[in-house]
Write a protein that binds this ligand. Structure first.
Ligand code: HAM
Length: 423
């Protein structure tokens, strides 16, 4: 036998038994986003590499070590590691946000060359939202309220909690950065080589280090919230008041800075303790400077993205029973001279008149016994049976595969009404 070829590590297949849960989760996401009046956009999976370097930041983990980048003749291209950069690029390119507000969403695969583990993959899927043109904290609140509604729909609201912070303006962050570096320089003995490098390149990322000794020291470090500019402080206060007024609980986490450079003011993450180390199911924030930074007319932006693998895992973990519909409702079996044509015609008629039902035609031959075995295996609740005598008499036998009800022989023109009465 020839050697088999396996999927790339960290890139997963979705099996026929897993896809109903995925479809259900995606349908809940779509329903919530539509109910807030947001519009779907679809961007390419491949973008020019400098887009990500400029948007996300050269010194971030994503850009400095996790991107799948390749040369296409003399152009450097990258499989998108996230959706915000491409969405902003598209919005500028097509003038979507020129003197206009937009509330957009997208869903699809993203790629990061990370070490795979439960909840962390090299190809993963995000559902993301980007809102352009609205500077008020009302929209930050709406995004958080929208996600809270989704958690309820998915049945995971008791298993996630909200972390919130404001990282202020660029200038405020620069002041804070100096204070943090001055503080951390005294504790270099506790740092790994990587952390020492971060101290120079991206010191704010040290705030979410997993190094416990350093975390203990960080409790005494200067707090970003104390360095906020007045405008960011007011924005954050209004956001917190709005969340309080609708009863959304949150924890202000002064160490939450997020791993991408484009943020300012609000940042947030929804986290869970039910998935082990990869506990962030959704993250986002404001990025008021990004549109201009990528060459557009200045426009505020705010958004988030959730990891669909993590949501699917969490739904499974909390044993939420979901209304998954079997793919096949009706199985058509046939045997004998001239029966194939009648079976095809019948199956097509059912599909035309009752398109919400899954109708499967047997196709692979064999006697009725073998065909009924397949019908049972398909999970269908009705079998439509056509033998030579049914063809002659223009009839169909309807058999209930779950038992209980006697099988019926019906005239062909009555079959549709009968099926309809059974679902
Ligand atoms: P992010 O925090 O990098 O933000 O990713 C958002 C979510 O994607 C994470 O919270 C996580 O659920 C999921 N995720 C990230 N990496 C992986 C991975 N390797 N495997 C599985 N799931 C993963 C962003 O991507 C921003 N673009 C979000 C945003 C939109 N901010 C503003 N607008």
């Amino acid at each position: 036998m020839a050697k088999t070829i396996q999927a790339i590590r960290g890139m997963n297949d979705c099996s026929p038994t897993e896809s109903p849960l995925w479809q259900w989760v995606e349908a809940q996401v779509r329903e919530v986003l539509n109910s807030y009046g947001y519009s779907e956009v679809r961007m390419p999976i491949v973008e020019s590499t400098p887009l990500f370097a400029r948007a996300i930041g050269e010194v971030t983990d994503v850009v400095s070590k996790e991107m799948y980048t390749f040369w296409d003749n003399d152009e450097q291209l990258t499989l998108r590691p996230e959706g915000t950069a491409g969405c902003v690029r598209a919005a500028i390119e097509h003038g979507w946000i020129y003197n206009n507000e937009q509330r957009l969403w997208y869903m699809g695969p993203m790629f990061r060359h990370e070490r795979p583990q439960k909840g962390r993959y090299r190809q993963f899927h995000q559902a993301g939202v980007e809102v352009f043109g609205i500077a008020n904290p009302e929209i930050d609140a709406e995004l958080i309220i929208l996600t809270a509604r989704l958690w309820k729909k998915l049945g995971i609201d008791q298993h996630v909690s909200l972390q919130l912070n404001s990282i202020g303006s660029l200038a405020a962050r620069a002041n804070y950065r100096s204070a943090l570096v001055a503080f951390l320089e005294k504790h270099q003995d506790l740092m790994s080589e990587e952390e020492k490098e971060r101290l120079v390149k991206n010191p704010l990322r040290i705030l979410d280090t997993k190094n416990q000794a350093l975390q203990d020291v960080l409790d005494g470090a200067p707090k970003l919230l104390d360095y906020l500019d007045d405008e960011s402080r007011e924005h954050f206060g209004q956001l917190c008041a709005l969340l309080d007024s609708v009863g959304i609980r949150y924890e202000i986490n002064p160490k939450l800075v997020r791993g991408l450079d484009y943020y300012n003011k609000t940042v947030f993450e929804w986290i869970t303790s039910a998935l082990g180390a990869q506990g962030t199911v959704c993250g986002g924030g404001r990025y008021d400077g990004l549109v201009e930074q990528l060459g557009g007319h200045s426009a505020p932006g705010v958004g988030f993205a959730m990891g669909l693998e993590r949501l699917v895992l969490l739904v499974q973990e909390v044993n939420r029973s979901i209304p998954v519909k079997n793919a096949v409702d009706i199985y058509v079996v046939y045997q004998g001279e001239g029966t194939a044509l009648s079976a095809f015609q019948l199956a097509e008629k059912v599909r035309s008149t009752l398109p919400h039902l899954g109708t499967m035609l047997h196709c692979s031959g064999g006697n009725f016994k073998k065909q009924f075995k397949r019908a049972d295996k398909s999970g269908a609740s009705l079998a439509l049976v056509i033998g030579e005598s049914e063809v002659l008499n223009n009839q169909v036998v309807v058999k209930h595969l779950n038992g209980g009800v006697e099988q019926q022989t019906l005239d062909t023109e009555k079959v549709i009404d009968y099926i309809q009465s059974q679902f």
